[in-house]
Design a protein around this ligand. Structure first.
Ligand SMILES: NC(=O)c1ccc[n+]([C@@H]2O[C@H](COP(=O)([O-])OP(=O)(O)OC[C@H]3O[C@@H](n4cnc5c(N)ncnc54)[C@H](OP(=O)(O)O)[C@@H]3O)[C@@H](O)[C@H]2O)c1
Length: 265
């Protein structure tokens, strides 16, 4: 994609962290935005902080747990802007609980939000992109979409599932000029660990040490937008932790030893 000027961009998880930074960066590039997440008041706060005209930012609350509403929400976007150029599947929830302590109901809820919610929204937007014969979908997976980690079994599984789904979709819609960029962030300095789900469904409410030291969400978004500009299919964003992906690929036994020694937080 050459430019975001006047492009209609739908961002999920726009109320904080990486999604909020997307909203700021894309406003500066002249895009028209749809901001979605559960908390309307936080979306209003993000909108107020943008240097954009009122009519160019549409607040559309969305709970990725409830896929029954996605077609109606997509119709509202089409009624307002007439098209959807870019879908940023960013909304999601992390996990901090051991497999042995986690009931399947929690595994399912993480999968519902991160995987089924995301693919339901994508399927609802897809017919419009196919009709337009153009579109860009950005999917925020994770480095744990490539390998497992302590306390994140369902989260890691949900991100692995996204990789398989969107790699397949990319092949199917190549002929329709729809591009798919999968992003695997490492540690990004957001509230992700605060909002992570524990074994009883409550929030973890702790900032991980490694998250505090992570890459800024602004730098993360800048790298993702460069990935779009350079027509990438998959990118890794973060600090030295992203080298783990190379070590796993070329030295899998060494990787296993190294990753076991990491702090389980
Ligand atoms: N930060 C990292 O280190 C890191 C690393 C790898 C991948 N990621 C991924 O990056 C994405 C953004 O996370 P972040 O780091 O910016 O964390 P964050 O600050 O916790 O943001 C998560 C966003 O997702 C939204 N969300 C959560 N549950 C939702 C639901 N049921 N329905 C709709 N929206 C929901 C939240 O908004 P509401 O609460 O208003 O719904 C919020 O806007 C996530 O997919 C995450 O897995 C982050």
């Amino acid at each position: 994609m050459e430019t975001f000027q006047n492009k209609v961009v739908w961002i999920t998880g726009a109320s904080s962290g990486i999604g909020e930074c997307f909203a700021k960066a894309l406003t500066a590039k002249g895009a028209k935005l749809i901001l979605s997440s559960r908390r309307r008041e936080e979306l209003e706060r993000v909108k107020k902080g943008l240097n954009a005209t009122d009519s160019d930012v549409f607040i559309l609350p969305l709970d990725l747990l409830d896929t029954s509403k996605v077609d109606e929400l997509t119709k509202q976007v089409i009624d307002k802007f007439g098209r959807i150029d870019v879908l940023i599947n960013n909304g999601g929830v992390s996990q901090r609980s051991l497999v042995k302590d986690t009931p399947v109901s929690i595994d399912r809820s993480i999968m519902e939000v991160n995987y089924f919610g995301t693919i339901a929204l994508t399927k609802s937007v897809l017919p419009y992109m196919i009709q337009q014969q153009s579109g860009q979908i950005i999917v925020i997976s994770s480095i744990v979409g490539k390998f497992g980690f302590y306390l994140r079994s369902a989260y890691s599984a949900s991100k692995h599932a996204l990789m398989g789904f969107f790699d397949s979709l990319r092949m199917e819609v190549y002929k329709d000029n729809i591009k798919i960029l999968i992003v695997c962030p490492g540690k990004i300095r957001t509230n992700i660990s605060m909002n992570a789900v524990t074994s009883d469904g409550s929030k973890h409410s702790k900032m991980d040490e490694s998250t505090v030291k992570g890459l800024s969400p602004e730098a993360c978004v800048e790298q993702i937008l460069n990935g779009v500009k350079n027509n990438k299919e998959e990118i890794f964003v973060g600090g030295k932790e992203i080298f783990a992906l190379l070590i796993k690929r070329f030295f899998p036994r060494l990787f296993s030893k190294m990753i076991r020694k990491q702090k389980a937080e």
